[in-house]
Design a protein around this ligand. Structure first.
Ligand SMILES: CCCCCCCCCCCCCCCC(=O)SCCNC(=O)CCNC(=O)[C@H](O)C(C)(C)COP(=O)(O)OP(=O)(O)OC[C@H]1O[C@@H](n2cnc3c(N)ncnc32)[C@H](O)[C@@H]1OP(=O)(O)O
Ligand SMILES: NC(=O)C1=CN([C@@H]2O[C@H](COP(=O)(O)OP(=O)(O)OC[C@H]3O[C@@H](n4cnc5c(N)ncnc54)[C@H](OP(=O)(O)O)[C@@H]3O)[C@@H](O)[C@H]2O)C=CC1
Length: 561
């Protein structure tokens, strides 16, 4: 298996083998090729597209953009499972009524006719797709986008393997039966190789041969698997990144039979522009942290102020994904016409921002805080004031003072008023969540993203506008502001017209804090200082020192005027 950077990855003869062994999607035919190919909407016109994970965060944005920007697409087949007592048809129809689809509904009110749900549970043999559906898909699908995965960091290894690796393998088998398949696009993560500091657009050797692991875990019971998981995942932080690396390997094993692109986004955040700025629908990754900070619950977190926060907006990731699907398919057709017999290879796109338009966690903290002060969330627990620190002890100190102590007081008040205590429980869950994220916010990585830049150079000017993934255009402060507003509007379903009331609530919290601090000082005075002569002397000494310092400061500032 050729997995090292030096592996022959010659882009069917059209790419360039770089001196570092890294294949780049070079400016084929002097950069004019893009203009001779069909545009992206032209390519998708009349195509049948299969999408997994369409009910997820990225899948929904993909479905929406495809319907809106490529209105001539023939049909979207969505592999969906029934869930929480809802049939898959019900889930898909609920999904289409959500706000995300407002724009496409305006331009094409009948867009739902293009959506065909297919019942599928990806963890089951044969993906639990009926034989009739297998036949139907094999006969008509032209492009596959594989987005489904478990993205939980604490997923038991067996389940993560089942969904992220075995299901991918099964989907590839299905893809091989598809008679008209032109492109298979697999969504991976930029952190699949987070055990490396510099990550090229190549598939690295897997930590273990996937088949061997699948065979060995099959007979082990869950408790044994749990015990050996830390040894297996080694220098990766969780089962998610580990299984995503294995998934890349199983995808690579089919690269000579299928036309494959692998997209590796870093931390996918709210939308930049489309369909609306700031669209987000979940608590994953930074969104949950932003909300917890905006609600005044999160006051401290371990993160490196100077580390690059490699966030990438979801609409940019989806634009790149659609462009990669187009390029993979059109490019293959050309090489087939040329009767090129050389082996194909999967093309990897690191979809990241840090190398091109870096922004740091310290800056994120600043902009998130100021945004939530301008546009506060409703019913905040305390005034938003979160600080990040890379110092472990400092963080522990603030957890005690700013998280646990207020939670205890709050729960005590709830108990007194006959209600169930809840704050400590919320903090315990928050600590678990941020504990799992700290690995990603405490260090930075360097991703090579040349394939992304070069893909952009292949687009027509019109496609470059419609499928914009030029991360240089991101204005971070504006993006973060929209992101925070998006969490308020779309995740918490809060109304923007309630902002004055939310501000009033923050003022009330500030007054409570002032009152509490005053009472605390009086209490300390009465209990500790007023009772001892020595404590009183120290107190007067400190107060007079402060007074002298203030007088000196005032005098010196008058002189300098
Ligand atoms: C101002 C400061 C700036 C600095 C800011 C630094 C940000 C630094 C981000 C790095 C980000 C790296 C991202 C890697 C990039 C990929 O590769 S993408 C894959 C990303 N995957 C994830 O983010 C999944 C992480 N989440 C999980 O694994 C699970 O949700 C957890 C955290 C283990 C919790 O599991 P659980 O206890 O079973 O519960 P679950 O039902 O999932 O959620 C429980 C509660 O926690 C909340 N929650 C879930 N996730 C979070 C979260 N991230 N935060 C807070 N609450 C959360 C839920 O809303 C829920 O609350 P309720 O609705 O019950 O009130
Ligand atoms: N979000 C991020 O920050 C990043 C995500 N990625 C990758 O992007 C892809 C999409 O992520 P995202 O949209 O955020 O994830 P979500 O968790 O939002 O969506 C996951 C999707 O997978 C589906 N799915 C999960 N289990 C099954 C199953 N057993 N059978 C059928 N479908 C299933 C879910 O369906 P259901 O609704 O039924 O649960 C859902 O549609 C993933 O491959 C992820 O690794 C990469 C980098 C960052």
């Amino acid at each position: 298996m050729s997995t090292e950077p030096s592996a022959e990855r010659d882009l069917d003869g059209l790419g360039e083998q770089a001196t570092d062994g890294h294949t780049r999607l070079t400016d084929i035919s002097g950069g004019t090729e893009g203009r001779s190919m069909a545009s992206i909407p032209e390519y998708y016109a009349g195509k049948n597209v299969l999408i997994t994970g369409a009910t997820g965060f990225m899948g929904k944005v993909l479905v929406e953009k495809l319907l809106r920007a490529c209105p001539e697409v023939r049909a979207l087949y969505l592999l969906v499972r029934p869930k929480a007592g809802q049939s898959m048809e019900q889930r898909v129809s609920d999904m289409m009524t959500c706000k995300l689809f407002d724009r496409v509904r305006e331009v094409n009110p009948d867009f739902h006719q293009k959506i065909i749900p297919i019942s599928s549970e990806l963890t089951q043999p044969g993906l639990a797709i009926s034989p009739e559906d297998v036949e139907r898909l094999s006969a008509c699908i032209n492009v596959v986008f594989h987005c489904a995965a478990t993205i939980r960091f604490d997923e038991p290894l067996k389940h993560a393997l089942q969904l992220n690796v075995i299901a991918t393998q099964q989907l590839l088998s299905l893809a091989k039966q598809m008679q008209h398949l032109e492109a298979f696009v697999h969504i991976s993560t930029a952190y699949a190789n987070c055990n490396r500091k510099h990550i090229d657009e190549v598939i690295y050797p897997p930590p273990v041969e996937p088949k061997k692991l699948i065979d060995s875990l099959e007979w082990m019971d869950d408790s044994i698997v749990r015990d050996i998981t830390p040894r297996l995942i080694g220098d990766r932080p969780n089962t998610y990144t580990y299984t995503k690396a294995l998934a890349e390997c199983v995808v690579q094993q089919e690269q000579d039979k299928l036309n494959i692109a692998i997209i590796r986004p870093s931390i996918v955040g709210a939308s930049w522009q489309e369909p609306v700025p700031g669209w987000i629908d979940n608590f994953n990754g930074p969104s949950g942290v932003f909300i917890a900070a905006g609600k005044g619950i999160l006051r401290t977190m371990r993160a490196n102020n100077d580390a690059v926060a490699d966030l990438v907006p979801v609409d940019m990731v989806i634009n790149l994904t659609l462009a990669a699907g187009w390029y993979t398919a059109v490019h293959r057709r050309k090489t087939e016409k040329q009767n090129d017999e050389r082996p194909k290879s999967a093309l990897v796109y690191n979809c990241t921002t840090g190398g091109i338009n870096p922004f740091h966690w310290g800056q994120i903290e600043h902009h998130v805080m100021s945004s939530f002060k301008r546009n506060p969330l409703e019913q905040a627990f305390r005034r938003p004031n979160a600080n990040i620190t890379s110092n472990y002890l400092m963080n522990q100190y603030w957890i005690l003072v700013s998280h646990k102590f207020p939670a205890l007081i709050y729960d005590f008040v709830l108990r007194l008023s006959g209600q169930k205590p809840q704050m400590m429980r919320i903090f315990n869950r928050l600590h678990k969540a941020i504990g799992l994220l700290e690995y990603f916010s405490s260090q930075d990585w360097e991703w090579n993203s040349e394939n992304m830049s070069m893909l952009m150079s292949q687009l027509t000017p019109e496609d470059r506008r419609t499928f914009n993934f030029d991360v240089r255009q991101l204005n971070w402060p504006e993006y973060i502001e929209n992101y925070c507003i998006g969490t308020k509007k779309y995740v918490l379903n809060e109304d923007m017209s309630d902002i004055p009331a939310a501000r009033q609530h923050l003022r009330k919290l500030r007054n409570i804090r002032y009152t509490f601090n005053t009472l605390l000082v009086v209490f300390i005075w009465r209990v500790f200082i007023a009772r001892s002569q020595m404590a009183r002397n120290i107190w007067y000494f400190v107060v007079s020192l402060c007074f002298k310092f203030l007088s000196y400061f005032r005098a010196s500032s008058t002189i300098t005027k």
